[in-house]
Design a protein around this ligand. Structure first.
Ligand code: GDP
Length: 218
């Protein structure tokens, strides 16, 4: 279908342009009261700790250390806000399931992220990162159930696909697809990525561009 192809090509181009624009770190949020004004659409990246979240954000934005690993000491309970070209806020949620985090830390994380995910009006979509070697884990399913309840759309992004063979990627894709089939807030397309090989980044950028404010300069 040529129309679909040209629409897709346009979105990919829009994504490429968006991520070539300036991105700035804005602030780290540790309490709901200090969230920035809800003046731009927002997307957020969530996932288990070590899923490859900071690598993916850095690859998307072509920066080496814009996002830092969620298991960096002291960074386990902050929501990090980035401003992409005054058209979108990107929120890096703290990684969950980090075994070595103290219990009180986990409790604070859970409360903050739940409050955020439930009540943040400009939030357009959660990109839920899943390690392609492991597939969906119990902690992912818990977040998904909560998002289904509060009707916030989430899209699964498989990470590190360079680490497994293509038939295995296919298998984890199919399993994940089956797991979201009946979930009301799940976005149906799953994106497979590798930050190391830069695979799938154009598709992810295209999705994100479709959620940002339009580019007035184009
Ligand atoms: P975070 O805790 O989710 O922010 O995870 P990181 O981005 O720090 O990544 C965790 C580990 O996985 C690091 O050792 C990364 O080098 C590695 N990693 C991240 N993305 C990829 C990828 O696409 N391919 C491979 N092979 N390794 C990756």
């Amino acid at each position: 279908m040529p129309e679909v192809d040209s629409h897709q090509a346009e979105l990919i181009e829009a994504g490429r342009i968006l991520f070539a624009r300036p991105i700035e770190f804005m602030l780290s949020v540790v309490r709901m009261e200090t969230l920035p004004p809800p003046d731009l659409p927002e997307i957020c990246f969530a996932g288990r700790s070590n899923v490859g979240k900071s690598s993916l954000i850095n690859s998307l934005t072509n920066r080496k250390d814009l996002a830092r690993a969620s298991n960096t000491p002291g960074r386990t309970r902050e929501l990090n806000y980035f401003n992409l070209d005054n058209r979108l806020h990107i929120v890096d949620l703290p990684g969950y399931g980090y075994a070595r985090a103290p219990k009180t830390e986990i409790a604070i994380w859970t409360k903050l992220t739940r409050d955020f995910l439930r009540g943040r009006a400009p939030l357009r979509r959660i990109f839920l990162l899943v390690d392609s070697r492991h597939g969906l884990k119990e902690s992912d399913l818990e977040i998904m159930s909560m998002l289904d309840e509060v009707a916030v759309t989430y899209q699964i992004v498989l990470t590190k696909i360079d680490k497994i063979k293509p038939p295995e990627v296919q298998k984890v894709l199919e399993r994940s697809q089956a797991a979201i089939a009946k979930r009301p807030a799940a976005y149906p397309n799953i994106i497979s990525t590798s930050s190391v090989k830069k695979t799938g980044l154009d598709m992810l950028k295209a999705e994100i561009a479709s959620l940002a404010l339009p580019d007035v300069r184009l």
